[in-house]
Write a protein that binds this ligand. Structure first.
Ligand SMILES: [Zn+2]
Length: 500
């Protein structure tokens, strides 16, 4: 009890200037409360929907933090404790996609989650083991992951890498960080730990040809499933300059697949059939680096001075730039990027619509270009009228910003420019400092944060906003049509909106 009271006192209300409140609201349409945890590069959102019978319906969307963030498991433990303090029951756990920064908590806090009662677990069709197309995606994923792990090991053990190659190695490790925990736990284990919480079954959601979802006891709510797309072309489309606010220019080189090169570098009797000479011609690189006792000393000195680069050489005598033996590792960067973005494109995207006010809350997970574009191929018939994605976007009053604010996860003409509601507000689960540390470039992407600031008139909140750490702080902003009823925060832990 005492702890609860303290927690209550520590919550702070920001002033929200409500210009106009709707005069009549049906009994079942009290505000939805959305609590965003502010752990940085990672998503965890707790939603409370008022039931018609006066009770609450709880939904948790993701629970994770990228493995590169210091003190991650401790942060997640605090988050899960806070969830448990708020509710002992979660009616639906939504797992948007298989990345560590969205699911790590289900594994690192298995015990704490086990003490909660969980109803259903929702995932995209891409996670359904019985789905043919999902199985194919899975094969690509496991092959790519295995290759990248080998590439990472090769980057780590190869001596004399150029600064460019070192940067590539760092990039590959950052992508592996979305797929593995700090202790090497596989993201699949975390996703499966979430699935195991379901006491009332798992629903695999598919956006094609389905009416919006409704839930018993929540007559004021419709849920539209927008992604992941079934169209393989769109599922693989992660970038298209004409649809975006600009390109981040993260400097990834184009390259071909890694497979053969990796197998060969692992040694042990593997033959590279692409090499120009017979395997018995030539000398192994390892023999050049550490010459055997019977090696010709003149030969060893030649390679040391002309190719490997002497350890004692002054920089102008350093010849290691001549080396090409690690160049093939560059291909891993392309594969890493593909794996990363394709997995983001498997994001389960949900739009929540209030039946009475027709306002919409959009949770875009980490959807990238192809996922966004696919929404516009969908249409729903509701009460005899056709509802389109453009229509839902035009009524969006709240946007959980895609992929921590990256350049290819908030579309321009087919996305943000359609969000024209006067009350539009947004939350970005991001940390610019952490993104810089791991070399992700501009995240969040400035052109997007600027456009959001303009469209939301100050109603964009970022997980790394400095005021969130403080007791008596918070933005003040207008809410022209009264969609935002309140904004609270618990210093350093979460921000919470009441939305109607
Ligand atoms: Zn993410």
């Amino acid at each position: 009890m005492a702890r609860k009271a303290v927690a209550k006192r520590r919550e702070r209300r920001a002033s929200v200037r409500v210009a106009r409140l709707p005069t009549t609201m049906p009994a079942a349409s009290g505000p939805i409360t959305v609590r965003h945890y502010c752990q940085g590069i990672g998503d965890c959102h707790l939603l409370r929907f008022p039931r018609a019978d006066g009770g609450d319906f709880w939904m948790l969307i993701d629970c994770g933090l990228h493995s590169s963030v210091k003190g991650g498991p401790g942060t997640i433990a605090r988050i899960v404790a806070d969830i448990a303090e708020r509710t002992g029951r979660i009616d639906v756990v939504v797992v948007t996609h298989e990345h560590w920064d969205h699911v790590s908590g289900f594994l690192t806090e298995t015990e704490a989650f086990g003490r909660l009662s969980v109803g259903e677990v929702w995932m995209g069709w891409t996670e359904n083991p019985a789905d043919r197309q999902a199985q194919e995606l899975d094969t690509f994923k496991s092959q790519a992951l295995a290759a990248l792990q080998m590439a990472s090991a090769a980057f780590n053990r190869t001596r004399g890498l150029s600064p460019f190659q070192l940067a590539l190695g760092k990039g590959v490790d950052a992508v592996l960080g979305f797929n593995f925990g700090a202790k090497g736990e596989r993201v699949r284990a975390a996703r499966d730990a979430a699935a195991k919480l379901a006491s009332e079954g798992i629903r695999y959601l598919d956006p094609t040809g389905r009416p919006p979802l409704t839930l018993p006891g929540l007559p004021n709510l419709r849920i539209y499933v927008l992604g992941p797309p079934r169209d393989a072309r769109l599922l693989g489309l992660t970038e298209r300059a004409s649809e975006m606010y600009g390109l981040g220019g993260s400097g990834w080189p184009l390259a071909t697949a890694l497979g053969n090169a990796l197998k060969v570098s692992e040694g042990a009797g593997t033959v590279d059939y692409a090499m120009p000479f017979e395997p018995n011609v030539g000398t192994r690189l390892s023999d050049l680096r550490d010459p055997r006792d019977d090696a010709d000393p003149a030969n060893a000195a030649f390679y040391r001075d002309r190719y490997l680069g002497s350890k004692t050489a002054r920089s102008e005598d350093d010849v290691s730039w001549r080396r090409i033996d690690a160049d093939w590792l560059g291909a891993s960067a392309d594969l890493a990027l593909q794996l990363d973005r394709r997995t983001n494109n498997t994001s389960l995207v949900l739009a929540f619509e209030f039946v009475d006010s027709r306002r919409v809350l959009l949770f875009a997970a980490d959807a990238q270009v192809g996922n966004w574009l696919s929404w516009h191929d969908l249409a729903w018939t509701v009460d005899g009228a056709t509802v389109t994605a453009a229509d839902l976007l035009s009524r969006t009053v709240f946007y959980k910003v895609g992929h921590h604010g990256s350049e290819n996860a908030t579309l321009k003409a087919k996305g943000l420019e359609l969000m024209r509601h006067e009350d539009l507000a947004a939350f970005i689960p991001t940390s610019e400092a952490d993104a810089k540390k791991v070399g992700w470039g501009e995240m969040p992407f400035h052109a997007i944060t600027e456009e959001l600031a303009r469209r939301t008139a100050g109603r964009t909140i970022r997980a790394d906003d400095s005021w969130i750490a403080e007791e008596d702080a918070g933005p003040s902003f207008p809410t022209p049509s009264g969609a935002i009823r309140a904004l609270r925060h618990r210093p350093g832990l979460w921000v919470e909106f009441d939305l109607a």
